[in-house]
Unconditional design. Sequence first.
Length: 255
Amino acid sequence: MAGLLEGKSALVTGGASGIGRATAVAMVREGARVAVADKTADGAAETVAMINSSGGQAIALAVDVADEGAVQTMVARTLDAFGRLDCAFNNAGIAPYHVGPGGQRTHEMSREAFDGMLAVNLSGVFLCMKHEIAHMLGQGGGAIVNTASIAGLVGLATAANYVAAKHGVVGLTKSAAMEYAQDGIRVNCVNPGYIKTPMTDPGMARRYEQLMTRVPMHRLGVPEEIAEAVVWMCSDKASFMTGACQVIDGGFYAA
Ligand SMILES: NC(=O)c1ccc[n+]([C@@H]2O[C@H](COP(=O)([O-])OP(=O)(O)OC[C@H]3O[C@@H](n4cnc5c(N)ncnc54)[C@H](O)[C@@H]3O)[C@@H](O)[C@H]2O)c1
Protein backbone atom coordinates (compact mmCIF):
# COMPACT_ATOMS: atom_id res chain seq x y z
CA MET A 1 0.00 0.00 0.00
CA ALA A 2 1.32 3.47 -0.88
CA GLY A 3 2.46 5.62 2.05
CA LEU A 4 0.63 8.79 3.04
CA LEU A 5 3.46 10.95 1.67
CA GLU A 6 4.53 8.78 -1.29
CA GLY A 7 6.65 10.76 -3.75
CA LYS A 8 6.59 13.95 -1.69
CA SER A 9 9.55 16.05 -0.66
CA ALA A 10 9.61 17.41 2.89
CA LEU A 11 11.63 19.74 5.10
CA VAL A 12 11.79 19.41 8.89
CA THR A 13 13.44 22.01 11.13
CA GLY A 14 14.59 20.94 14.57
CA GLY A 15 15.08 17.51 13.02
CA ALA A 16 18.09 16.60 15.17
CA SER A 17 16.05 15.72 18.21
CA GLY A 18 12.71 15.02 19.85
CA ILE A 19 9.56 15.78 17.88
CA GLY A 20 11.43 16.83 14.72
CA ARG A 21 13.48 13.64 14.55
CA ALA A 22 10.45 11.40 15.13
CA THR A 23 8.54 13.27 12.43
CA ALA A 24 11.35 13.03 9.87
CA VAL A 25 11.50 9.27 10.49
CA ALA A 26 7.71 8.91 10.18
CA MET A 27 7.62 10.99 6.99
CA VAL A 28 10.20 8.74 5.37
CA ARG A 29 8.28 5.64 6.47
CA GLU A 30 5.29 7.13 4.61
CA GLY A 31 7.27 7.54 1.38
CA ALA A 32 8.72 11.07 1.58
CA ARG A 33 12.25 12.26 0.94
CA VAL A 34 13.23 14.53 3.83
CA ALA A 35 15.65 17.39 4.43
CA VAL A 36 16.53 17.33 8.12
CA ALA A 37 17.61 20.80 9.23
CA ASP A 38 18.91 21.84 12.63
CA LYS A 39 21.30 24.21 14.37
CA THR A 40 22.96 21.07 15.75
CA ALA A 41 24.50 19.74 12.54
CA ASP A 42 25.76 16.52 14.17
CA GLY A 43 22.29 15.70 15.43
CA ALA A 44 20.77 16.30 12.00
CA ALA A 45 23.40 14.00 10.50
CA GLU A 46 22.50 11.33 13.09
CA THR A 47 18.82 11.51 12.12
CA VAL A 48 19.77 11.20 8.47
CA ALA A 49 22.05 8.23 9.18
CA MET A 50 19.15 6.50 10.99
CA ILE A 51 16.87 7.12 8.01
CA ASN A 52 19.31 6.22 5.26
CA SER A 53 20.50 3.05 7.01
CA SER A 54 16.94 1.78 6.87
CA GLY A 55 16.63 2.49 3.14
CA GLY A 56 15.10 5.99 3.25
CA GLN A 57 16.25 9.11 1.46
CA ALA A 58 17.25 12.10 3.57
CA ILE A 59 19.79 14.90 3.67
CA ALA A 60 21.12 16.88 6.64
CA LEU A 61 21.25 20.67 6.61
CA ALA A 62 22.73 23.05 9.16
CA VAL A 63 20.51 26.06 9.83
CA ASP A 64 19.83 28.71 12.41
CA VAL A 65 16.16 29.52 11.80
CA ALA A 66 16.66 32.98 13.30
CA ASP A 67 18.99 33.87 10.41
CA GLU A 68 17.11 34.73 7.21
CA GLY A 69 20.08 34.06 4.91
CA ALA A 70 20.52 30.61 6.45
CA VAL A 71 16.81 29.86 6.07
CA GLN A 72 16.90 30.89 2.42
CA THR A 73 19.88 28.61 1.85
CA MET A 74 18.11 25.74 3.67
CA VAL A 75 15.12 25.97 1.32
CA ALA A 76 17.37 26.30 -1.75
CA ARG A 77 19.41 23.21 -0.74
CA THR A 78 16.24 21.19 -0.23
CA LEU A 79 15.14 22.15 -3.74
CA ASP A 80 18.57 21.33 -5.16
CA ALA A 81 18.37 17.87 -3.61
CA PHE A 82 14.73 16.97 -4.27
CA GLY A 83 13.45 19.42 -6.91
CA ARG A 84 10.23 20.19 -4.98
CA LEU A 85 9.02 21.19 -1.54
CA ASP A 86 5.65 19.61 -0.83
CA CYS A 87 5.63 19.54 2.98
CA ALA A 88 7.36 21.72 5.55
CA PHE A 89 7.37 21.12 9.31
CA ASN A 90 8.58 24.31 11.01
CA ASN A 91 9.36 22.84 14.38
CA ALA A 92 12.76 24.11 15.62
CA GLY A 93 12.38 25.72 19.00
CA ILE A 94 13.89 26.52 22.36
CA ALA A 95 12.70 26.64 25.97
CA PRO A 96 12.92 29.63 28.33
CA TYR A 97 16.01 28.17 30.03
CA HIS A 98 17.89 28.41 26.71
CA VAL A 99 17.74 32.23 26.76
CA GLY A 100 17.87 33.02 30.47
CA PRO A 101 17.56 31.50 33.91
CA GLY A 102 14.01 30.23 33.18
CA GLY A 103 11.26 30.07 35.79
CA GLN A 104 10.98 33.87 35.91
CA ARG A 105 7.89 36.00 36.20
CA THR A 106 7.35 38.74 33.62
CA HIS A 107 8.84 41.58 35.70
CA GLU A 108 11.99 39.52 36.33
CA MET A 109 12.61 38.60 32.68
CA SER A 110 15.34 40.41 30.79
CA ARG A 111 14.78 42.06 27.45
CA GLU A 112 17.42 39.66 26.06
CA ALA A 113 15.50 36.61 27.27
CA PHE A 114 12.32 37.93 25.68
CA ASP A 115 13.87 38.95 22.35
CA GLY A 116 16.06 35.83 22.19
CA MET A 117 12.99 33.63 22.52
CA LEU A 118 10.99 35.48 19.90
CA ALA A 119 13.91 35.39 17.45
CA VAL A 120 13.85 31.59 17.33
CA ASN A 121 10.33 30.48 18.26
CA LEU A 122 8.40 33.17 16.39
CA SER A 123 10.59 34.95 13.82
CA GLY A 124 12.17 31.58 12.98
CA VAL A 125 8.76 30.21 11.98
CA PHE A 126 7.95 33.38 10.05
CA LEU A 127 11.22 33.20 8.10
CA CYS A 128 10.74 29.53 7.24
CA MET A 129 7.16 30.11 6.09
CA LYS A 130 8.18 33.14 4.03
CA HIS A 131 10.76 31.25 1.99
CA GLU A 132 8.85 27.99 1.78
CA ILE A 133 5.67 29.70 0.60
CA ALA A 134 7.54 31.74 -2.01
CA HIS A 135 8.55 28.46 -3.60
CA MET A 136 5.26 26.61 -3.03
CA LEU A 137 3.38 29.37 -4.86
CA GLY A 138 5.49 28.70 -7.95
CA GLN A 139 4.99 24.94 -7.85
CA GLY A 140 1.21 25.19 -7.31
CA GLY A 141 0.75 24.23 -3.66
CA GLY A 142 2.07 22.56 -0.55
CA ALA A 143 1.36 21.83 3.10
CA ILE A 144 2.94 23.54 6.09
CA VAL A 145 2.71 22.52 9.72
CA ASN A 146 4.15 24.81 12.39
CA THR A 147 4.90 23.61 15.90
CA ALA A 148 3.04 25.78 18.38
CA SER A 149 2.16 24.33 21.80
CA ILE A 150 -0.60 24.29 24.37
CA ALA A 151 1.35 27.41 25.38
CA GLY A 152 0.00 28.92 22.15
CA LEU A 153 -3.54 28.60 23.51
CA VAL A 154 -3.29 29.19 27.27
CA GLY A 155 -1.04 31.16 29.59
CA LEU A 156 1.63 29.41 31.65
CA ALA A 157 3.14 31.20 34.63
CA THR A 158 6.88 31.93 34.45
CA ALA A 159 7.16 31.39 30.70
CA ALA A 160 5.80 34.66 29.25
CA ASN A 161 8.38 34.75 26.45
CA TYR A 162 7.63 31.17 25.37
CA VAL A 163 3.86 31.67 25.66
CA ALA A 164 3.99 34.92 23.67
CA ALA A 165 6.04 33.29 20.92
CA LYS A 166 3.74 30.26 20.66
CA HIS A 167 0.59 32.44 20.60
CA GLY A 168 2.37 34.27 17.76
CA VAL A 169 2.88 31.01 15.88
CA VAL A 170 -0.87 30.36 16.11
CA GLY A 171 -1.52 33.84 14.68
CA LEU A 172 1.00 33.41 11.86
CA THR A 173 -0.57 30.06 11.00
CA LYS A 174 -4.11 31.40 10.83
CA SER A 175 -3.15 34.46 8.77
CA ALA A 176 -1.12 32.46 6.26
CA ALA A 177 -3.93 29.89 5.98
CA MET A 178 -6.28 32.69 4.90
CA GLU A 179 -3.75 34.29 2.54
CA TYR A 180 -2.89 31.11 0.63
CA ALA A 181 -6.10 29.06 0.73
CA GLN A 182 -6.71 29.89 -2.94
CA ASP A 183 -3.15 28.89 -3.89
CA GLY A 184 -3.32 25.26 -2.82
CA ILE A 185 -1.14 25.89 0.24
CA ARG A 186 -2.53 24.60 3.52
CA VAL A 187 -1.06 25.98 6.76
CA ASN A 188 -1.80 24.40 10.13
CA CYS A 189 -0.16 24.12 13.50
CA VAL A 190 0.26 21.31 15.95
CA ASN A 191 -0.11 22.14 19.65
CA PRO A 192 1.64 19.50 21.75
CA GLY A 193 1.18 19.22 25.47
CA TYR A 194 4.01 17.92 27.66
CA ILE A 195 6.14 15.58 25.54
CA LYS A 196 9.20 13.61 26.66
CA THR A 197 12.13 15.15 24.74
CA PRO A 198 15.53 16.62 25.65
CA MET A 199 13.78 20.01 25.92
CA THR A 200 11.54 18.93 28.77
CA ASP A 201 13.87 16.50 30.55
CA PRO A 202 15.46 19.12 32.88
CA GLY A 203 12.10 20.53 34.05
CA MET A 204 10.49 17.11 34.44
CA ALA A 205 13.18 15.97 36.83
CA ARG A 206 11.92 18.68 39.23
CA ARG A 207 8.23 19.16 38.43
CA TYR A 208 6.88 15.92 36.94
CA GLU A 209 4.31 15.15 39.66
CA GLN A 210 3.07 18.74 39.82
CA LEU A 211 2.68 19.06 36.03
CA MET A 212 0.97 15.69 35.64
CA THR A 213 -1.85 16.76 37.96
CA ARG A 214 -2.97 19.00 35.05
CA VAL A 215 -2.86 16.19 32.45
CA PRO A 216 -5.93 13.92 32.54
CA MET A 217 -3.90 11.01 31.11
CA HIS A 218 -1.29 11.52 33.88
CA ARG A 219 1.66 10.88 31.59
CA LEU A 220 3.99 12.61 29.15
CA GLY A 221 3.42 12.14 25.46
CA VAL A 222 6.19 10.73 23.27
CA PRO A 223 7.46 12.42 20.10
CA GLU A 224 5.98 9.70 17.89
CA GLU A 225 2.49 10.68 19.08
CA ILE A 226 3.01 14.14 17.58
CA ALA A 227 4.77 12.83 14.47
CA GLU A 228 1.82 10.69 13.38
CA ALA A 229 -0.53 13.68 13.39
CA VAL A 230 1.96 15.90 11.55
CA VAL A 231 2.41 13.29 8.81
CA TRP A 232 -1.35 13.12 8.35
CA MET A 233 -1.72 16.92 8.37
CA CYS A 234 0.96 17.13 5.65
CA SER A 235 -0.74 14.45 3.56
CA ASP A 236 -3.48 14.81 0.96
CA LYS A 237 -5.83 13.09 3.43
CA ALA A 238 -5.99 16.45 5.23
CA SER A 239 -7.07 18.27 2.06
CA PHE A 240 -9.81 20.38 3.77
CA MET A 241 -7.72 21.25 6.84
CA THR A 242 -6.17 24.70 6.98
CA GLY A 243 -5.75 27.32 9.69
CA ALA A 244 -6.28 24.66 12.36
CA CYS A 245 -4.59 24.17 15.71
CA GLN A 246 -4.30 20.44 16.35
CA VAL A 247 -4.02 19.91 20.09
CA ILE A 248 -2.31 16.66 21.20
CA ASP A 249 -1.90 16.83 24.94
CA GLY A 250 -3.38 13.92 26.89
CA GLY A 251 -6.40 16.10 27.67
CA PHE A 252 -4.61 19.14 29.20
CA TYR A 253 -6.48 21.76 27.14
CA ALA A 254 -9.86 20.17 27.66
CA ALA A 255 -9.54 20.00 31.42
N1 LIG B 1 8.57 18.79 24.36
C1 LIG B 1 7.44 19.41 24.68
O1 LIG B 1 6.82 19.17 25.73
C2 LIG B 1 6.86 20.44 23.73
C3 LIG B 1 5.55 20.88 23.95
C4 LIG B 1 5.00 21.80 23.09
C5 LIG B 1 5.74 22.30 22.04
N2 LIG B 1 7.02 21.88 21.86
C6 LIG B 1 7.75 22.44 20.73
O2 LIG B 1 8.16 21.36 19.91
C7 LIG B 1 9.29 21.78 19.15
C8 LIG B 1 10.35 20.70 19.21
O3 LIG B 1 10.78 20.60 20.55
P1 LIG B 1 11.30 19.23 21.21
O4 LIG B 1 10.51 19.04 22.44
O5 LIG B 1 11.38 18.17 20.19
O6 LIG B 1 12.73 19.72 21.71
P2 LIG B 1 14.21 19.28 21.32
O7 LIG B 1 15.08 20.16 22.12
O8 LIG B 1 14.34 17.81 21.43
O9 LIG B 1 14.31 19.68 19.77
C9 LIG B 1 14.40 21.00 19.34
C10 LIG B 1 15.38 21.07 18.20
O10 LIG B 1 15.38 22.40 17.66
C11 LIG B 1 16.72 22.76 17.38
N3 LIG B 1 16.90 24.19 17.37
C12 LIG B 1 16.86 25.04 18.44
N4 LIG B 1 17.10 26.29 18.05
C13 LIG B 1 17.30 26.25 16.71
C14 LIG B 1 17.60 27.24 15.73
N5 LIG B 1 17.76 28.53 16.06
N6 LIG B 1 17.72 26.85 14.45
C15 LIG B 1 17.57 25.54 14.10
N7 LIG B 1 17.33 24.57 14.98
C16 LIG B 1 17.18 24.92 16.27
C17 LIG B 1 17.53 22.09 18.48
O11 LIG B 1 18.90 21.96 18.13
C18 LIG B 1 16.81 20.76 18.64
O12 LIG B 1 17.36 19.76 17.82
C19 LIG B 1 9.70 23.13 19.71
O13 LIG B 1 9.19 24.16 18.88
C20 LIG B 1 9.02 23.17 21.06
O14 LIG B 1 8.78 24.48 21.50
C21 LIG B 1 7.59 20.96 22.67
